[in-house]
Write a protein that binds this ligand. Structure first.
Ligand code: HEC
Ligand code: HEC
Ligand code: HEC
Ligand code: HEC
Ligand code: HEC
Ligand code: HEC
Ligand code: HEC
Ligand code: HEC
Length: 421
């Protein structure tokens, strides 16, 4: 055979093998037996060392996780599965072996703190952390050092509320609590490595986006309902109405630290309570901009309340003139005082009955206990929250009006009880 023919045959053979190989690879990696997958993630960033196996296997097991990870800023910046899922110091008891790799199934704030120490510190100092968990657990799982560190001791150095969980917890029982109280309050759960909280309550995994955390719907998972209807109040406020009508004008993805009225023409929950906005610094401590504690029976001013109010004021100033803000806030303070007065009246009726022994000692033992509880826990809070966040309907029809009605009812039930005995 002439050498030229031999060379042609060789080229043809190699060419055929090459084309066939290409067809096979295309089928195997792109089309596959289930057809073309358009949402196939770019795996390049996640293929470092052991992380390659995580992505490959979980792509088959739970493609949603890999898709969310792929869409995140983390994957874009080369943050790998094991950057979060590898145990850090103090997580020995949480560590399990997973296909020959040491794994943390549920990364805690201690894992995030490797790269986000500031956010973790601010969050840990906030009422979203230990205080929130204490509200539904009482002191039982806290060490004395933790009780002191997270301000869970009263003026006499004893655990708050006698160390007990809230009485409603006992009223509804453990099973109901596991799917209600504990779901919301797990934002501050105690983790076995000593850290507090669950960042994924706001930063849904595995996208971990700021855009999503800035939307009212994120906060509305928990801040709603008869006792803390901040979401409903926001919806009926001018801010909420503006947001709903103009959602497409909001630049939810704007980088943190650069947010201004150009990105957010009206505030969301996060703008007022957390975001860096205009000249105001951002914070993961949601108490830093609050003058009042509005949730308890009697609302009161916080330590450093005036400094906090100036920070909130600086947020409003981006969009409103000072006299306008002063007017709103001074009216709100009058209504906070009014709720306090109404609750004090109700409380004296109840204390009077207790003193005469006409009510038992069991919490929530008589209908009148519920009347008084709702006077502050529902109606009082609703009026206060409505007053500070622009919810006119909540100030009146769901608030003060309901309080006035309940006071008449309380008085008349108290008299009836006294007559009976
Ligand atoms: C060969 C397949 C395979 C590999 C490789 C693999 N996983 Fe998994 N993984 C699974 C399966 C299946 C489950 C669910 C059942 C179980 O827990 O074993 C799971 C569960 C998990 C869980 C939840 C565990 C729990 O207890 O809730 C995490 C977190 C996880 N994998 C992360 C990773 C990470 C990170 C890597 C890489 C270091 C990895 N996986 C490697 C198949 C795999
Ligand atoms: C930025 C940190 C971070 C990265 C990166 C990360 N994870 Fe996670 N992952 C978490 C957190 C936080 C949880 C939820 C913990 C909890 O339930 O409290 C979680 C939960 C999981 C779970 C169990 C929960 C479920 O929905 O089934 C699996 C499985 C998992 N991750 C796999 C992976 C894989 C695979 C990768 C890489 C492609 C990855 N993770 C990358 C932080 C991360
Ligand atoms: C290995 C370092 C590392 C770890 C661990 C880590 N992150 Fe990140 N994270 C980053 C980097 C890098 C960015 C991108 C920063 C940027 O955009 O400038 C980022 C960005 C973010 C953002 C902003 C995303 C956006 O849309 O702008 C959030 C929220 C976030 N991380 C949450 C978490 C949480 C929660 C954890 C723990 C479960 C965690 N991260 C663990 C490195 C890390
Ligand atoms: C998973 C549930 C959950 C989510 C989501 C949530 N919160 Fe909370 N929040 C709570 C709980 C529980 C408390 C009560 C903490 C306590 O015990 O004082 C609270 C308290 C607060 C407080 C009062 C803090 C203080 O110092 O008294 C503010 C303000 C607040 N949240 C704002 C927000 C904002 C803004 C968002 C959304 C960006 C949000 N929360 C998302 C559960 C949640
Ligand atoms: C839908 C989510 C959700 C559920 C369910 C829930 N809470 Fe809360 N809880 C919150 C939020 C949000 C606040 C913050 C209210 C505020 O500051 O305006 C709060 C505040 C509290 C407070 C006052 C704060 C403090 O630290 O003293 C207590 C106590 C409390 N809850 C106990 C409970 C108990 C007990 C249950 C179950 C019977 C329960 N919660 C169910 C979301 C929830
Ligand atoms: C109450 C809801 C909430 C919780 C809980 C929460 N975050 Fe955030 N986070 C936000 C919001 C809202 C932003 C956007 C702030 C802004 O607009 O400036 C944000 C932004 C971030 C950023 C981006 C900051 C930057 O400057 O780029 C990181 C990182 C982050 N969070 C980490 C965490 C970590 C870690 C945890 C848990 C310790 C956590 N977050 C818990 C709501 C939350
Ligand atoms: C226009 C700014 C603004 C917006 C938007 C806003 N808030 Fe507020 N919020 C305030 C002000 C002002 C107060 C009272 C501050 C004080 O104590 O001086 C307040 C109080 C609160 C409290 C009361 C904490 C306590 O003392 O019990 C919670 C919880 C809260 N807001 C959550 C939310 C949530 C959730 C959203 C969104 C659904 C939201 N806020 C939207 C400005 C705002
Ligand atoms: C990012 C801009 C922005 C911020 C920040 C902001 N607002 Fe507004 N506010 C608006 C817009 C837009 C409206 C609806 C248009 C209007 O009525 O002026 C509005 C309306 C209001 C209204 C109803 C006005 C009316 O005439 O009925 C009140 C009250 C109000 N804001 C109070 C506040 C307070 C108090 C703060 C700070 C805690 C605040 N706002 C922060 C943009 C903002």
């Amino acid at each position: 055979m002439p050498s030229i023919t031999r060379r042609m045959i060789a080229i043809l053979a190699i060419g055929t093998i090459f084309v066939a190989g290409l067809l096979f690879l295309t089928y195997h990696f792109l089309i596959g037996p289930t057809g073309l997958q358009t949402s196939m993630p770019t795996l390049s960033v996640a293929t470092l060392g052991e992380n390659k196996a995580c992505v490959e296997c979980h792509q088959k097991e739970n493609p949603g996780i890999i898709q969310q990870y792929h869409d995140s800023k983390h994957s874009g910046h080369g943050v790998q599965c094991l950057d979060c899922h590898k145990p850090v110091k103090g997580q020995e008891t949480l560590t399990k072996d997973h296909y020959n790799v040491a794994l943390i199934a549920k990364p805690t704030p201690n894992n995030c703190a490797q790269c986000h120490a500031t956010e973790v510190q601010q969050f840990t100092d906030s009422n979203h952390a230990a205080k929130s968990w204490y509200a539904v657990q009482g002191a039982k799982n806290f060490t004395p050092a933790e009780l002191a560190k997270y301000h869970l001791l009263d003026a006499n150095g004893k655990p708050l509320n006698g160390g007990n969980a809230n009485p409603v917890f006992n009223l509804i029982g453990q099973d109901a609590s596991a799917q209600s109280c504990e779901v919301c309050h797990a934002i501050g759960q105690k983790n076995s490595d000593g850290s507090f909280g669950d960042c994924t309550k706001c930063h849904l995994r595995h996208t971990f986006e700021v855009a999503q955390a800035r939307k009212p719907a994120t906060c509305a998972q928990c801040h709603l309902g008869p006792d803390h209807p901040q979401a409903e109040i926001y919806d009926e406020s001018a801010h909420g109405a503006y947001y709903q009508a103009n959602e497409s004008k909001f630049n939810m993805d704007a980088p943190t630290g650069t947010l201004t009225v150009k990105d957010f023409p009206a505030p969301t929950c996060a703008t007022c309570h957390m975001s860096a906005f205009g000249s105001v610094q951002g914070t993961h401590d949601v108490g830093q901009r609050l003058k009042w504690t509005l949730a308890p029976e009697i609302a009161s001013v916080r330590k450093n309340g005036d400094v906090h109010q100036q920070t909130m004021n600086a947020v409003c100033l981006n969009c409103h003139a000072q006299p306008f803000i002063d007017d709103v806030m001074s009216k709100a303070e009058k209504n906070i005082a009014l709720t306090n007065q109404n609750i004090a009246k109700g409380k004296s009726i109840i204390q009077d009955l207790r003193a005469t022994g006409l009510l038992g000692t069991k919490p929530f033992g008589t209908p009148i206990d519920f009347l008084y509880f709702e006077l502050w826990h529902h109606e009082g809070r609703r009026a206060r929250f409505g007053a500070v966040m622009g919810g006119a309907d909540y100030v009146n029809w769901n608030g003060i009006y309901e309080q006035e009605k309940a006071l008449v009812e309380l008085q008349s039930q108290a008299e009836a009880l006294k007559v009976k005995h």
